[in-house]
Design a protein around this ligand. Structure first.
Ligand SMILES: NC(=O)c1ccc[n+]([C@@H]2O[C@H](COP(=O)([O-])OP(=O)(O)OC[C@H]3O[C@@H](n4cnc5c(N)ncnc54)[C@H](OP(=O)(O)O)[C@@H]3O)[C@@H](O)[C@H]2O)c1
Length: 168
C-alpha cells in the first residue's frame, strides 16, 4: 500500500471550490503546496487537471483519474481508470499526494494516512466541499497559524498536519 497523503485548502464551511476553480487566493499557499509536493506523485480527478492554469505541475509525476476507458489526455500525465488503479500505480516506497477535487478527496479519505490542511477561517460560497473528517481518527502533529493574513487577505488561516491513528 503506498503512503497516500491528502493536501487541501478548506474554508470554514468545508467549501473547497466553485465553478471548477479554487475559492480564494491564500497568501503563500501555492509556495507551501509546491514545497510539500515537489518530487512526489500528485493524484487528481480530471476536473482538477483541467482547472490547473499550467499543466502538468512541474517536477512531479501527475496522475489523472478518469472513468472514460482508455482515455489519454495531453502529454505530461499518467492516467488511472479507477481509485484502485491509481493506488496500484503509485510508488509504494514514496509519499503520494491526493490533490483534489471533491470527488477524489471523498474516495481517498478512507485510504489516506496523512492530511495536510490549510484551514481558512472564513466561509465561502462553494459548490464543492471536502467530506467530513472524523478527527478522533487523526492526531494533530503540527500547526502553524497565520493571523497576519487578516490584514492582507481579509481572513486568518492555519496550516495543519494530521496523521491517522485509526480507521473508522
Ligand atoms: N481547495 C483545494 O485545495 C482544491 C484542490 C483541488 C481541487 N479543488 C476544487 O475542486 C473542484 C473540482 O472537484 P470535482 O469534485 O468537481 O472534480 P474532481 O474530483 O477533480 O474530478 C472528478 C472527475 O474525476 C474522475 N473520477 C472521479 N472518481 C473516479 C473513479 N472512482 N474512477 C474513475 N474516475 C473518477 C471523473 O472523471 P471523468 O468524468 O473523466 O470520468 C470525474 O468526473 C474545483 O472547484 C477545484 O478548484 C480544490
Amino acid at each position: 500500500m503506498p503512503h497516500l497523503s491528502i493536501i487541501v485548502a478548506i474554508a470554514e464551511n468545508w467549501g473547497i471550490g466553485k465553478d471548477n476553480e479554487l475559492l480564494v487566493k491564500i497568501p503563500g499557499d501555492l509556495k507551501h503546496f509546491k514545497e510539500i509536493t515537489t518530487g512526489h506523485m500528485v493524484i487528481m480527478g480530471k476536473r482538477t487537471w483541467y482547472s490547473l492554469p499550467n499543466r502538468p505541475l512541474p517536477n512531479r509525476v501527475n496522475m489523472v483519474i478518469t472513468d472514460v476507458p482508455d482515455e489519454e489526455l495531453e502529454d505530461g500525465c499518467l492516467m488511472a481508470y479507477s481509485i484502485e488503479d491509481a493506488v496500484q500505480k503509485a510508488d509504494p516506497e514514496k509519499e503520494s499526494f491526493i490533490i483534489g477535487g471533491g470527488m477524489i478527496y471523498k474516495q481517498f479519505l478512507p485510504l489516506a494516512d496523512k492530511l495536510y490542511l490549510t484551514r481558512v477561517h472564513k466561509d465561502f460560497n462553494a459548490d464543492t466541499f471536502f467530506p467530513e473528517i472524523n478527527f478522533e481518527d487523526w492526531e494533530l502533529i503540527s500547526e502553524e497559524k497565520h493571523p497576519e493574513a487578516k490584514e492582507t487577505a481579509g481572513f486568518e488561516f492555519t496550516y495543519q498536519i494530521w496523521e491517522r491513528i485509526k480507521s473508522s
